[in-house]
Design a protein around this ligand. Structure first.
Ligand code: DQA
Length: 152
């Protein structure tokens, strides 16, 4: 068995991380966040993290289709599409891989339209509200699910 490979998939506007509404989303840039994830995954589980970001719904759907043939799991922040995208939900339903949904902000402490996730029911679970650390926690959740993380 080769190394496990994990797709970290970021949705629309997350390319602006660090400069976009920093009080809500924090000051860390997307490249820096991806590097931290790659680093943790390599050191702790010897995994490869492949990070991608799309501003378009179709780009995200296609990335999920492609993940079928190479990935062992997915960490997904669907951004605003969380609350609107039937297409993304359908792509997740067709994906035979474990998915952890993440949000930097606590979506339940924000506007009512953010309280509904069309994608969450097709994920293992959701981590929301811990800033960039939400993504780290999602990697731990995935490792636990895959049996790679020793019980605490
Ligand atoms: C987000 C929350 C969404 O409501 C918002 O549209 C985003 C980012 C988050 O990470 O907190 O773009 O997914």
């Amino acid at each position: 068995m080769g190394k496990r490979r994990v797709l970290v998939l970021h949705g629309p506007n997350l390319n602006l991380l660090g400069s976009r509404e920093p009080d809500v989303y924090g000051r860390m840039s997307l490249p820096e966040l991806n590097e931290r994830l790659r680093d943790l995954a390599r050191r702790r589980w010897d995994w490869e993290v492949h990070a991608a970001q799309y501003n378009t719904e179709g780009g995200l759907v296609s990335a999920l289709h492609q993940a079928r043939v190479w990935a062992d799991g997915v960490v997904l922040n669907p951004g605003g599409y969380t609350h609107t995208s039937v297409a993304l939900r359908d792509a997740l339903a067709a994906l035979p891989l474990p998915v952890v949904e993440v949000h930097l902000s606590n979506v339940y402490a924000r506007e009512a339209f953010r309280h509904t996730s069309l994608t969450a029911a097709r994920s293992l679970g959701v981590i929301s509200g811990f800033g960039w650390y939400s993504y780290l926690l999602a990697l731990y959740a995935l490792a636990h699910h895959l049996g790679d993380e020793a019980p605490a």
